[in-house]
Design a protein around this ligand. Structure first.
Ligand SMILES: Nc1ncnc2c1ncn2[C@@H]1O[C@H](COP(=O)(O)OP(=O)(O)OP(=O)(O)O)[C@@H](O)[C@H]1O
Ligand SMILES: [Mg+2]
Length: 253
């Protein structure tokens, strides 16, 4: 592995005497896309919140770009960006105003230009002057993601980045994530969609029973299981493929 961007050792966290994280260990290399999978309540958001300094662990250590999340939280905050499981927008502001606000807070030059190019990238130009609380769920999600790209951060945490998005918007977000990673951003994402991890992740970790029970590339994970059987089946298109086909025909008309 090249340089380590995220290092987690023996991370522990309990809520009301219930131990949610029982010693979580993993490492993510710079520029990697790392997917954290786990059932509802497995502790994915808890892990992301600890790594992004929003929550204190009860035990263990975590480093982001070499900075200790507990003792050097200011440095950690300067290195990261987070798109939480639930959108963090100011509903009173328009889409463009939300983006400009973050760009100004982060001290980015030319906040208006940054806002406009992100609005275009996330297909929000037409809605740019509307208040964010009038956006649909998918539009809020896209604006939230756009906000987290301002900077740009060295490490990006994406907690269920495509939950609630339609298939087209999901593919758009996947492309953005891949683009970011190829420009050197390290990405830790949590997801319920296994095909999302399959599509995007360089490495996958499964969080279960408070620990990482498996880590590896998709190929490595596949090798752990019995060899594939060869069967001849007629492959029907998935509903997603049908949906995207119909939409693209409609757009071409
Ligand atoms: N602030 C809190 N107070 C009490 N319990 C909490 C708190 N935050 C999380 N928990 C509990 O910790 C466990 C892990 O929650 P967490 O949100 O990390 O799971 P998750 O893997 O992100 O689940 P999901 O897939 O539903 O988002 C759950 O049982 C949850 O109820
Ligand atoms: Mg969660």
């Amino acid at each position: 592995m090249n340089q380590t961007a995220i290092s987690v050792k023996g991370l522990k966290k309990s809520f009301n005497n219930k131990e949610v994280l029982k010693g979580v260990d993993f490492e993510v290399g710079c520029g990697e896309i790392f997917a954290l999978l786990g059932s509802n309540g497995a502790g994915k958001t808890t892990t992301v919140n600890i790594l992004s300094t929003l929550l204190k662990p009860d035990g263990g250590e975590a480093y982001i770009c070499g900075f200790d999340v507990q003792r050097q939280s200011d440095h950690v905050r300067q290195s990261i960006s987070l798109t939480g499981q639930f959108a963090a927008l100011d509903g009173m502001l328009t889409g463009r105003e939300n983006l400009k606000l973050i760009a100004k807070l982060r001290g980015v030059p030319k906040p208006s230009q940054v806002a406009d190019s992100l609005l275009a990238k996330f297909s929000l130009t037409d809605a740019a002057s509307r208040r964010a609380d009038q956006y649909s769920g998918g539009m809020k999600r896209r604006l939230d993601l756009a906000m987290s790209l301002i900077g740009p951060p060295a490490v990006l945490f994406l907690d269920e980045p495509t939950t609630g998005l339609d298939p087209e918007a999901r593919i758009e977000v996947w492309n953005t994530i891949e683009e970011l990673a190829s420009s050197g951003t390290t990405i830790l994402l949590t997801t319920q969609y296994l095909e999302e991890a399959e599509q995007l992740a360089d490495r996958i970790a499964i969080l279960h029973g408070g620990k990482i029970i498996t880590t590896g590339t998709l190929t490595e994970l596949k090798e752990m299981y019995p060899p594939a059987k060869v069967e001849y089946i007629e492959k029907q298109p998935t509903l997603e493929e049908i949906f995207l086909e119909i939409i693209s025909k409609k757009e071409a008309m």
